[in-house]
Write a protein that binds this ligand. Structure first.
Ligand code: KIV
Ligand code: NA
Length: 265
């Protein structure tokens, strides 16, 4: 049960062992996921959607990400923990980006941060790396740019966008990112990036030719029941289980079946 490090992810890629990664936002779930043996836990800004009920990831604040990061860190013993920098805390001003990353590291004690984008945010990434904070990149469908894209469909199908993604991936490796998430792009393109780069490439909706996979916990557990894109595999129907349990409890309260004689003092 050695703690997973960024260095170890690199070794896993070298020996062809696939990297498992899943999101978590709270203490109780992070504890289960860590103890199950997950390599990487992502405190994703998808918390904006699945925890706070927002339509996009844009509204979540740095304070809110830090709250989730702290909760997760209290539970985790083995997994590498990555915290997303939220929208508006790192684009455009590299000093502000560094200040945001430092707050996450100091207040949550997480292992590293993730942010979305390539050449546009090069300065921000370089400044964060200079402070000794490991950075995971994120290219392809980057949900913080949904208002630019206009849709959540597959990215980089066209030659120009695919070429920019390849260039950005190489740039992120050159400046020192330890891994990159590729979201919702053609499998062939993702496999090409994974073979050209020596840092691990973790895919979501990017096929099997990459070095690891990441999913949003609520999606793969069937808690978020309305969301079923092609790339999602459901490992449980927890939403249905919760509904069944809650309805049984309501029924037992109404019929005075609960509590019984053994369930009181
Ligand atoms: O916030 C998130 O959950 C993510 C994953 C989809 C990679 O960034
Ligand atoms: Na994210």
């Amino acid at each position: 049960t050695r703690k997973v490090t960024t260095h170890r992810l690199m070794e896993m890629k070298q020996r062809g062992e696939k990297i498992s990664m899943l999101t978590a936002y709270d203490y109780s779930m992070a504890k289960l996921i860590d103890q199950a043996g997950m390599d990487v836990i992502l405190v994703g800004d998808s918390a904006s959607n699945v925890m706070a009920g927002n339509v996009t990831t844009l509204p979540i604040t740095l304070d809110q990400m830090i709250y989730h990061g702290k909760s997760v860190m209290k539970a985790v013993q083995r997994s590498l923990v990555v915290v997303d920098l939220p929208f508006g805390t790192y684009q455009g001003n590299s000093k502000e980006a560094l200040a945001s990353a430092i707050r996450v590291m100091k207040e949550t004690h997480a292992d590293c941060i993730k942010l979305e984008g390539g050449s546009e945010i090069r300065e921000s990434i370089e400044r964060i790396l200079c402070a000794g904070i490991p950075v995971m990149g994120h290219l392809g469908l980057t949900p913080q740019s949904i208002n630019k894209f206009g849709t959540y469909t597959v990215r980089a199908r066209e030659e120009a966008e695919a070429q920019k993604l390849i260039d950005d991936a190489h740039l992120l490796e050159e400046i020192g990112c330890f891994a990159i998430v590729l979201e919702k792009i053609p499998a062939e393109l993702a496999a090409r990036v994974a073979s050209e780069l020596s840092i691990p490439i973790i895919g979501i909706g990017a096929g099997g030719g990459v070095d690891g996979q990441v999913l949003v916990m609520h999606d793969m557990l069937g808690i978020n029941m309305g969301f079923s894109p092609r790339f999602l595999r459901r490992y449980a129907n927890i939403g249905e289980e919760i509904t069944r349990a809650v309805q049984a409890y309501i029924e037992d309260v109404k019929t005075q079946d609960f509590p019984n004689e053994k369930e009181q003092y």
